[in-house]
Design a protein around this ligand. Structure first.
Ligand SMILES: C=C(N)C(=O)O
Length: 127
């Protein structure tokens, strides 16, 4: 099975020792994206809705660098620092993924890098 890494020039630089994505055969594992604005390296201004939109913009940039799109996602993991943001996250989420929606898990966590309210990682499949 081939293994390679993906660096997306349109996504924020990694904030730690990880690749934007790794491929393993036909499966593409995207690292978690936080709401960092690529041009500034800072968190986007605004509420969790703005943060969710930025996260999806960043994930979209990584998917595009892999030659993929949100329709290719098979599993998504959503991390929130406050489960009260669940509905707002869903409202953005359902505009991004076509149906049938990928499998998904959402959990609340004690903290995220740079004080973000949301981080999302996903796994996609080359078809
Ligand atoms: C933002 C990340 N994906 C990380 O720190 O692992």
């Amino acid at each position: 099975m081939t293994r390679s890494h993906i660096i997306a020039v349109d996504a924020p630089a990694a904030v730690g020792p990880y690749s934007h994505a790794m491929t393993a055969g036909e499966v593409v594992f995207l690292s978690g994206q936080t709401p960092i604005v690529p041009a500034t390296g800072a968190l986007v201004e605004g509420d969790v809705t703005a943060q969710a939109r930025q996260v999806f913009a960043n994930l979209g940039a990584v998917l595009a660098a892999a030659g993929l799109g949100f329709a290719d996602a098979v599993k998504v993991n959503v991390f929130l620092t406050d489960m009260d943001d669940f509905a707002a996250m869903n409202a953005v989420y359902e505009t991004v993924f076509p149906q049938p929606f990928p499998a998904r898990t959402t959990v609340a966590v004690a903290g995220l890098p740079l004080g973000a309210r949301i981080e999302i990682e996903l796994t996609a499949l080359r078809r």
